[in-house]
Design a protein around this ligand. Structure first.
Ligand code: OAD
Ligand code: ZN
Length: 398
């Protein structure tokens, strides 16, 4: 069972709600009917086994790989100021990341299963791959905190841009412009870029975790605010299960935190086994198999690392190409955005600024106070900024 590999930080703290700080006790809580409002917080790590790279893994993450290219700060691809000057690198990535190419993972199917069983209160996702929807989680249960490819609009006048035209533009790697010829602004999918405001839906639901009776965090480094502050909204004594390759966001510090530091598909299978749901889960996942009912493919299937390596090679190669095309912009753009880089919490003077996408300057639980404009927190976080950016961009000299 999962317990052997689940590393609970500080076993000496007695749990308030769970029998023990382990996976079996979390499963027991669910089976007993005491966890009926489960809140999920997820990120790119739940989609890596589908073949989509995450952002910050040192070898296979998108940013480490983009850093090898002529793009000093890989996050620039998702920076609104950079996009205004040079939208091509984003559109190059968008062609690869556009929904429809990837199969949901068994972890996504588990989310669907929780929803089917009436146990899912809300799923907060930072992912733009739409795999939660493809696995069958109903739209009203999902908060796409960093937006999605579901809608597109002009970045100047906000006029909507139709899906079919966007699909055609992305297929041809063309950058679409506003349908209003007088405006002619750049169009982009409504994915939240650094420096942009999160969707209303995020703020409307942000405090929902405070009424949850179980929280599960998976596949996220919790290094981007304001999303990173969500687990802190859970009440004391509410169990919080982290299934992730590494410990993040201070999880493990509370009495009912349980850490399962491993691959999330493996962790989810363990949880499903403890719940007695594994067969049902495997069957549900099989429904998402595009080859279901067909004869097995010839030859050995690629393992997930090979799939990821192929994908990352393709992505970086293509972005490299687009950067070469637009190389003359490079230096000028970086100079321009250097001064108005993402708003760090220390600079965020208003609620509105603080609610824009920015790097977490502190993964500890006090962060949401700082992002809401807390003076003392601001100062403290300001001092820590450069240190934390080193963690985000280990390859850069900051
Ligand atoms: P990150 O790449 O920052 O973090 C992914 C986390 O998942 C890391 O802690 C990995 O160790 C872990 N991980 C990777 N593969 C895993 C696996 N198979 N099983 C378990 N854990 C795994 O991705 P996010 O936290 O989602 O924003 O990043 C947050 C935001 O930063 C993104 O939404 C994106 C990015 O800049 C935008 O682009 C707007
Ligand atoms: Zn416009």
């Amino acid at each position: 069972m999962g317990q052997e590999s689940s590393k609970v930080v500080d076993d000496s703290i007695e749990p308030q709600t769970l029998e023990k700080r382990n996976l079996n006790s979390v499963a027991k809580l669910i089976k007993s009917g005491k966890a009926k409002r489960i809140v999920l917080m997820v990120g790119a790590g739940i989609s890596t086994s589908a073949g989509i790279p995450d952002f910050r893994s040192p070898e296979t993450g998108l940013y480490a790989n983009l850093a090898r290219l002529n793009l000093e700060q890989p996050e620039d691809v998702f920076n609104i100021s950079f996009f205004r000057e040079n939208p091509l690198p984003f559109y190059t990535l968008a062609q690869e990341l556009y929904p429809g190419k990837y199969r949901p993972t068994i972890t996504h199917s588990f989310l669907r299963m929780l929803s089917d069983k009436g146990l899912l209160m809300k799923l907060f996702t930072q992912n733009i791959d739409c795999l939660e929807r493809e696995a069958g989680v109903p739209g009203e249960k999902i908060v796409e905190a960093h937006g999605s490819f579901a809608r597109h609009s002009c970045i100047d006048c906000r006029k909507a841009y139709p899906e079919d035209k966007m699909k055609a533009a992305i297929d041809k790697k063309e950058v679409p412009h506003c349908l209003d010829k007088a405006c002619d602004g750049l169009v982009k999918p409504e994915i939240v870029f650094f420096g942009e405001q999160l969707p209303q839906d995020f703020f409307l639901n942000r405090e929902l975790p405070s009424v949850a009776d179980l929280c599960i965090v998976m596949g996220t480094s919790l290094s981007v605010q304001p999303f990173a502050s969500l687990p802190a909204f859970c009440g004391e004594g509410v169990p919080r299960l982290l299934i992730n390759l590494e410990r993040v966001g201070g999880l493990g510090s509370r009495s009912d935190d349980v850490l399962l530091l491993e691959d999330c598909d493996k962790g989810i299978r363990k949880l499903a086994t403890a719940l007695g749901w594994l067969d049902e889960l495997e069957a549900l996942w099989e429904e998402t198999n595009p080859n279901k009912g067909k004869a097995e493919e010839q030859g050995p299937p690629k393992d997930k690392n090979e799939k990821l390596e192929d994908e990352i090679e393709k992505l970086t190669g293509e972005v490299d190409q687009s950067l070469k095309i637009a190389d003359e912009h490079g230096v000028r753009v970086r100079d321009q955005i250097g001064v108005k880089k993402e708003i760090a919490p220390s600079e965020a003077k208003t609620e509105e600024e603080a609610s824009k996408l920015h790097y977490a300057s502190d993964n500890k639980e006090t962060v949401h106070k700082a992002t809401a404009g807390n003076e003392a927190g601001d100062k403290k976080n300001g001092q820590e900024d450069s240190q934390d950016l080193k963690h985000v961009f280990p390859h850069l000299k900051l």
